[in-house]
Every structure is written in C-alpha cells, then in structure tokens.
Write a protein that binds this ligand. Structure first.
Ligand code: NAD
Length: 350
C-alpha cells in the first residue's frame, strides 16, 4: 500500500500578519473548524523567505486538525508562524501585536507556545486577547508550560512501541534523542528514570551539555544522531527529520518523538515500513501539549489532562494493531482514523 503523495488540503482561512512598526511578520493558518475553534501553537523562527513561512503554517495547521481530532479534543486545527526579525526588536511589543491579530479572529484561533515562544510571550498575548493558553500555572487549574505533558505522551507512546517492536520495556534499550529543548529534555529525564540508555544531539551547547552530564548520556553531532546505533530514534527538534537519507542510514527499529511533521514527505512512511522500522506518527505521540493547552482554555482541572495524556498509550496500541492487521503504515492508518473523527462530526451535524 502506497501513501498518498500529499495530504495537504486547502486551509479555511489564511491571515497574513505584517506590521513593520512592531516587527510582526507572519501567517495564521486555520485549517479546519469542524470540531471547534482552531487550536495550535505559535512558532517564532528564522524564515529566509515568505514562501517558507506560508508552507510551514499550512502544514502545521493541517497537522493540528489531525492531532486534535485523534486526541478527542473539541478543537479544529490552526497554527501561527512568525518570522524572527533580522533587526533588533522589542519582544513584548511584537507579541502584543500578535495578540491583537489573534483577537481579531474572534475566537476562531486559539494560540499557545511552540518552537521559539515562551510562557512570557503568551502572557504578552494575553494582554490583548483571551484566546490564548500556555499561561503560568494556577492552583487547581490545568495549564502552564505544555512541554512536560508532551514529553509524557511521547514517553507513553514509546513504551507501547517498545512492547510491540522489542517485546520488552524501555529499560536497557538505547534511545537517540534529536533535540534536547523543552520536550527533549523532559523526555530524556523520563527515559533515564525508566532505565533507558541515551544518545543525544543538539546544536545548542546550553541545551545539551548539562543534560549529558546529569543523565550520563552519550553526545553526538546533530548530523549523526539519526544514524547512530540505537534501538529507538526520537526526533524532538524541527520538521523533516525523516527523509530519504536519514531513513536509509537509520539503525533504530522504532521511531517515536515529539517533533511535528517528522516525515519530509508522506511517502517516507512507506520507506520506513519497507526497512522494517515502526513509526509512531508524530501527532499521535506528541498530543500531550495540546491536551494541556485545550484543558487550560476550557478551564478544566489538572486531572483531566493526566487522564487524556495517558490515553495516548492505548490509542497507539490500537493504531499499531490496526496497521499490522491491515499491512499498512501507521501514518496512513492514523490519518484515516483522524479523518473518520472529523467526518463523523460532519455527519452528526448534517
Ligand atoms: P525547543 O525549541 O525547546 O527545542 C528544540 C531543540 O531542537 C532546540 O534545543 C534546538 O537547538 C534543537 N535543534 C534544532 N535543530 C536541531 C538539529 N538539527 N539536531 C538536533 N537538535 C536540533 O522546542 P520544543 O518545545 O522542545 O519542541 C520540539 C519539537 O516538538 C518541535 O518540533 C515542536 O513543534 C514539537 N512539539 C512541541 C510541543 C511542546 O509542548 N513544546 C508539543 C507538540 C510538538
């Protein structure tokens, strides 16, 4: 069974943000409102070209539709992508301008942190709009930095993957973690506690050196991490970690990580399958953060979050079982499962 060449469907709405006075330059893409307001984080990154900005926003927004649907959340998919200004800029002013843009969408877009944005940035956004989550933790309420929840979900997904692929627990297995940022660091700690051996890579010394020391991890160059001798590869950096070259060189037999859009193109799922590598689809494993963000936005209690994040494990088990039974890639099966959820709501509303 061959993957669809592309999954990209047109967004419902794409808003270009451009305000030279504040340095705001970006895109908010709303992919689907079928299940509720479009929810997805705000990425702040160096984009050389405006086309890259738009392409990333569209892909990420679409991914959020699938992620939210499969996680059982009452939210559609959306994402904001902002370009980091080349010149000096005032960060608080820029994120307040972004907050005004979010507010102008009247609740159709709910934002939160993503790569390059922090709780402090979301506090600036919150001065302009209530359609934001990932704000500081408040006693008795869900919320706070979503990264530990994302790491917990990835860990749970990996645990199930290890049971299926290696028929054993994570203890004693070697995990290669690409990117030791907010999620990668939390994931490494969980893995070390579970007795896994760690190989890590991150171009930022501040992010990796202390962690290597504390967790007794082996450090390799970022260009080598996908090809090291490891049982599991955990992409926790940026998009596209799984491409023709990295899959061809990979020794790991299981891939499970936090990064969004890990497959450079959908057909890479078939390459992984052909090489006997089990891939746990990114958006199934990394839903913990959006589960926390959604609960915060809906003013729910923290124990709702734990229950929903732990439900990632049985979901991964069901997905891998169905993929094995049907002889198809888990990526394709996950997409179908998410599309069934979205279509099901459409049918109920009709
Ligand atoms: P982060 O910015 O804190 O960490 C990313 C890390 O990757 C950084 O330390 C960076 O130096 C490193 N990196 C960049 N290029 C690299 C490379 N080539 N090799 C190795 N490391 C590299 O981001 P994060 O919040 O930890 O998120 C990591 C990934 O998980 C992103 O793709 C993000 O979209 C996804 N994700 C995050 C969350 C969340 O809750 N934070 C939720 C879902 C998905």
């Amino acid at each position: 069974m061959v993957s669809r060449p592309t999954r990209l469907t047109p967004p419902l709405e794409c808003v270009r943000l451009f305000d030279p006075a504040t340095g705001l330059d970006g895109v908010i893409a709303i992919h689907s409102l079928a299940l509720g307001p479009g929810a997805g984080g705000c990425r702040f990154w160096d984009y050389p070209h405006a086309d890259d900005l738009l392409a990333d926003a569209l892909r990420l927004a679409e991914g959020m539709s699938y992620k939210n649907a499969l996680a059982g959340l009452p939210f559609g998919g959306a994402k904001a992508v902002l370009r980091r200004p080349a010149e000096s800029f005032d960060r608080a002013t820029l994120f307040r301008a972004f907050g005004r843009a979010v507010d102008a969408l009247g609740g159709n877009y709910v934002t939160a942190e993503d790569v390059g944005t922090s709780v402090a940035d979301m506090q600036e956004v919150a001065r302009q709009t209530r359609h934001v989550a990932g704000l500081p933790f408040r006693e008795g309420r869900a919320g706070g930095n979503p990264s530990p929840w994302t790491a917990r979900g990835v860990f749970e997904a990996m645990r199930v993957g290890a049971e299926r692929v290696f028929e054993r627990e994570l203890s004693g297995l070697t995990v290669a973690v690409q990117g030791t940022g907010q999620v990668g660091t939390n994931l490494c700690r969980l893995l070390a506690d579970a007795g896994a051996r760690l190989i890590i890579a991150d171009p930022n010394p501040l992010r990796r050196d202390r962690l290597k020391h504390i967790l007794d991890a082996q450090l390799v160059d970022s260009t080598e991490i996908a090809a090291v001798e490891a049982d599991i590869f955990a992409p926790c950096a940026l998009s596209g970690a799984l491409n023709e070259a990295s899959v061809a060189a990979m020794k790991a037999r299981l891939v499970c990580g936090a990064a969004n859009n890990q497959l450079a193109v959908p057909a890479i799922a078939d390459r992984l399958m052909a090489r006997g590598i089990t891939y746990i689809p990114d958006y199934v494993a990394n839903a913990g953060g959006i589960i926390s963000v959604a609960a915060e936005y809906l003013a729910e209690k923290p124990d709702h979050v734990a229950g929903r994040v732990d439900a990632i494990a049985p979901r991964v088990a069901a997905l891998l079982d169905r993929a094995a039974l049907e002889g198809r890639s888990p990526a394709l099966v996950a997409d179908e499962m998410a599309e069934e959820v979205i279509a099901g709501v459409g049918r109920r509303a009709a």
